[in-house]
Design a protein around this ligand. Structure first.
Ligand SMILES: Cc1cc2nc3c(=O)[nH]c(=O)nc-3n(C[C@H](O)[C@H](O)[C@H](O)COP(=O)(O)OP(=O)(O)OC[C@H]3O[C@@H](n4cnc5c(N)ncnc54)[C@H](O)[C@@H]3O)c2cc1C
Length: 439
């Protein structure tokens, strides 16, 4: 009997794309990839990228959900070898009770190790810990011709640099060895500070970033006039053991797909005002890692609130000297377009150079915003914001992107062509074709 046709795969932005024509799901890391000769394939982790880097409409996908085994664990050194489809949530569940944690984590724990390497993801501790790949000792890369090779910085520096942040184009990461970090328990001490303007954000950041391991800020991007650029700055550090403190688990889920987006200028204004003025929002407190690192994971499938057309994220990074002017110009554009985002995250990266040819983190300020997908209207706003970022010498983040132009990609990642020699000829994605990384 013929296999049923593959169903639609969504990325986190839920913008509808046509389904893939073929999906392969290797059951073990040594299984040969059975690829159709007429198609290219994109690896897919847990689809937590917002745009089209994990999609390959009309072509092939390699799902990694069965590659989720732990392979080796050195409890003294915190060295973990696991398969590429293992989710970060599983690593935390295994390692935290033994006093180990992820050295770098993005804002959701539902991403796979392969996906975290392929986007060389960053966390709130970039200024002290660098990117995810800085804590990867080695990975096994399976190419479409069956070649399976362990890659380290020493064994093949170029293939290492092409694969970390390499958007899944160099082959399938079937396993990786990570260095975890020692912690005393699940708690952090958090300090929150309200800032009243962008200038004040940069002052608070300069004062707190050198003293704390984790920093991040939320900006009220619908506030205008004297309140423009206001927000909340959070700084945190791992705390000692606090067995007496209990966590209330929310376990909420958005239960249905609303027929229209629930995010509109009026809901945003109310939400942002309440969030900024919420009592106990500033000051010091003990906070569980789930709330500090993964506040959005507290409401499962929150991405459904944007309705059937989904949403687009815009995340940029701009160099230190251009940061104020670029972030300010982006806020102005959002106001001019009468748009807004309730997720508006501002963070300054540290100085540690990223290792991948296409790694996104670099010294400067990163700003991330979500917008409901409104077709042409959204495209106009994004192309104006893109122009601001590129004019200021910045880049857009492929993991979050569904709209950047090929010119913006090439300007933001000037060594992109060094990837070419390492791309597996059978691998591709909608993103890679859209920005001219592969033909
Ligand atoms: C709520 C939320 C918060 C986020 N916060 C952050 C953040 O703070 N910092 C940050 O950097 N990112 C953040 N992200 C983005 C997310 O971390 C990345 O998109 C991540 O790469 C997703 O991993 P995934 O396993 O879902 O991979 P997918 O999204 O499925 O794939 C991502 C890329 O990896 C490739 N890939 C996947 N698996 C493999 C493999 N085994 N071998 C080779 N290539 C592979 C795919 O082809 C694709 O190019 C966030 C996402 C969400 C939804």
């Amino acid at each position: 009997m013929a296999a049923p046709p593959p169903t639609v795969r969504l990325s986190w932005g839920r913008v509808p794309y046509p389904p893939p024509s073929d999906v392969v799901e290797p059951l073990s890391r040594s299984a040969a990839l059975r690829l159709r000769p007429d198609l290219t394939y994109a690896p897919r982790g847990n689809g937590r990228s917002y745009g089209d880097s994990c999609l390959n409409p009309g072509a092939g996908l390699i799902e990694t959900r069965h590659l989720d085994r732990f392979i080796g664990w050195d409890t003294q050194l915190g060295l973990l070898k696991c398969e590429g489809g293992t989710q970060l949530s599983e690593i935390i569940r295994f390692a935290l009770p033994q006093g180990w944690f992820l050295p770098v984590t993005p804002g959701t724990k539902y991403v796979t190790v392969g996906g975290a390497i392929a986007n060389d993801v960053h966390g709130k501790n970039h200024h002290v810990a660098g990117t995810f790949a800085h804590h990867v000792d080695a990975f096994d890369l399976l190419r479409s011709d069956g070649d399976l090779n362990e890659t380290t910085r020493a064994s093949n520096a170029d293939r290492f640099a092409a694969t970390v942040g390499g958007l899944g184009l160099t082959g399938l990461i079937v396993s990786a060895t990570l260095r975890l970090k020692r912690v005393e328990g699940p708690w952090l001490e958090q300090q929150a500070v309200r800032f009243r303007s962008l200038d004040e954000f940069f002052e608070v950041d300069a004062a707190l970033k050198p003293r704390h391991e984790y920093t991040v800020a939320w900006v009220d991007c619908v506030a205008t006039g004297v309140e423009r650029g206001r927000g909340l700055y959070m700084a945190a550090d791992h705390a000692g053991h606090h067995p007496e403190v209990r966590i209330r688990r929310a376990g909420l889920r958005v239960p249905f797909d609303p027929p229209v987006s629930l995010v509109s200028p009026s809901t945003l204004r109310v939400f942002n005002w309440l969030y900024y003025h919420r009592p106990r929002q500033s000051g010091r407190r003990l906070i569980h890692y789930e709330k500090m690192f993964y506040p959005l994971d507290g409401v499962l499938e929150w991405n459904r609130i944007y309705g059937p057309h989904g949403f687009q994220q815009f995340q940029c990074v701009v160099p230190p000297a251009a940061s104020r002017s670029a972030v300010s110009a982006v806020l102005d554009l959002i106001a001019e377009h009468r748009s807004g985002s309730f997720l508006a995250v501002l963070k300054t990266f540290g100085e540690r150079p990223s290792e991948g040819f296409l790694s996104f983190p670099r010294p400067g300020t990163t700003f991330a915003l979500d917008f409901p997908e409104h077709g042409e209207r959204t495209r106009r706003l994004f192309s104006e914001m893109e122009a601001v970022v590129i004019d200021h010498g910045g880049a857009l983040y492929p993991a979050k992107d569904g709209l950047m132009s090929a010119a913006a990609f090439k300007a933001g990642f000037p060594v992109w062509s060094r990837m070419r020699a390492h791309v597996d000829p059978r691998f591709s994605s909608q993103f890679a074709r859209r920005v001219g990384l592969v033909v």
